[in-house]
Design a protein around this ligand. Structure first.
Ligand SMILES: [Zn+2]
Ligand SMILES: [Zn+2]
Length: 106
C-alpha cells in the first residue's frame, strides 16, 4: 500500500496518527518500506508475515507487484549471493531483489 492508500483507508484516523503508527510498525519490524524509487513509497507486511518474494516495480506509474520465484531458482539466487558474500568475507542474513522497469499498462 502507498501512504495515500493507508491514510485514505479510514478518514476518521488523523494523518499524523497514521504516520506515527506506520513509524512504530516500521521500527518494530512488522512492516517494511519498498524502495520504489519514485514519488510512491510503498509499505508491505514484513517477510515473516508475508513470506519471501520479490517485486516488479514500474518506473513510470510506481506500481509494485509481488512475484515469487520457483523454489529451484530461488535456491540458485541465494546460493550465488552466498558465494559472492563469502568471497568478500560478508555474512549475509537475507536478500531482497526488485526488478525495475515498465508495467504492462505503461
Ligand atoms: Zn506502470
Ligand atoms: Zn529471493
Amino acid at each position: 500500500m502507498t501512504l495515500p492508500d493507508i491514510v485514505g483507508a479510514d478518514p476518521k484516523v488523523a494523518r499524523s496518527s497514521a504516520y506515527r503508527n506506520l513509524d512504530v510498525l516500521l521500527r518494530c519490524g512488522a512492516i517494511r518500506r519498498i524502495n520504489s524509487g519514485g514519488d510512491y513509497t510503498h509499505f508491505e507486511l514484513a517477510e515473516p508475515l508475508l513470506g519471501h518474494h520479490h517485486h516488479l516495480i514500474c518506473i513510470s506509474c510506481g506500481s509494485v507487484e509481488d512475484v515469487h520465484l520457483d523454489s529451484d531458482i530461488e535456491h540458485l539466487v541465494d546460493k550465488s549471493l552466498n558465494e559472492i558474500a563469502s568471497r568478500t568475507g560478508f555474512t549475509p542474513t537475507h536478500h531482497s531483489l526488485d526488478l525495475h522497469g515498465l508495467c504492462s499498462h505503461c
